[in-house]
Design a binder for this molecule. Structure first.
Ligand code: PGA
Length: 255
């Protein structure tokens, strides 16, 4: 059985003041929720968020990490540093980093490996662009991204992986993939995981991301191979995010 998971990616939004309002609101509203919940604020707010989350079941995640444990890497943050401030999760290979920082599949896989070695659970993002989907390449592109990741991680590490299918055309656009489009991709990814290691397909959690809102979450999370979501803009609104987490609640029992 796979427990449902909802992760909020604040991206480069917010302030300490905003964190002081949003995080306690989530802690209060999501007490006892039967889904795993993660919030991923920007680096500067991680220690504050960690304090605000103390005693709650909501976990803390970061949005990126460097492959090295320490070193002459100005501006970067390592896995052990993230652990030190209370993170247990980290997003890796988000399309905004792939596009804006030229992160390629090999680097993404190395970051996932660095996260796992540091004891963090990586949420690795894959997804095709609008042009790739329009030209019928979506399944091939996403399978290629996942294959590159699996090739770099040993089978033991692959077990600890969470994958997020985030079609680039659905991120921040208000256009979400239909539940059927998302399910089709998730089903393929699960089959690919299964052919990599027996049992991995059934165990690996697969999130959908891209314009998930309270209004469409239940329909998406109700699909058999969708185990939750990676949420961008809606994670900045307590009411929206809580409703999305509630939509994930209980979905795991039949998956
Ligand atoms: P969005 O972002 O929910 O704002 O579309 C999702 C993401 O980038 O993870």
């Amino acid at each position: 059985m796979r427990q449902s998971l909802v992760a909020g990616n604040w991206k480069m939004h917010g302030s300490q003041g905003m964190a002081r309002e949003l995080v306690p609101a989530l802690v209060g509203a999501l007490r006892g929720v039967e889904a795993e919940i993660v919030v991923c604020p920007p680096f500067p707010f991680l220690p504050l968020a960690s304090d605000l989350l103390k005693g709650s079941s909501i976990a803390l995640g970061a949005q990126d990490l460097h492959t090295a444990e320490s070193g002459a890497c100005t501006g970067d943050v390592s896995g052990p540093m993230l652990r030190d401030v209370g993170c247990t999760w980290v997003i890796v290979g988000h399309s905004e980093r792939r596009a804006g920082h030229d992160e390629q599949d090999v680097l993404v896989a190395d970051k996932a490996l660095a996260a796992l070695r540091a004891g963090l659970r990586p949420i690795v993002c894959v997804g095709e662009t609008a042009r790739q989907r329009e030209s019928g390449q979506a399944l091939r592109v996403v399978a290629g991204q996942f294959a590159a990741l699996l090739a770099r991680l040993g089978p033991g590490f692959a077990e600890s992986l969470t994958l997020a299918y985030e079609p680039v055309w659905a991120i921040g656009t208000g256009v979400t993939a239909s539940p059927e489009q998302a399910q089709e991709m998730h089903h393929r990814l699960r089959a690919q995981a299964e052919s990599h290691a027996q049992g991995l397909g059934a165990r690996m959690r697969l999130l959908y991301g891209g314009s998930v809102k309270a209004a469409n979450a239940a329909e998406l999370f109700g699909m058999p191979d969708i185990d939750g979501g990676l949420i961008g803009s809606a994670s900045l609104d307590a009411g929206e995010f809580v409703a999305i987490c509630r939509a994930a609640e209980g979905m795991s029992w039949n998956k």
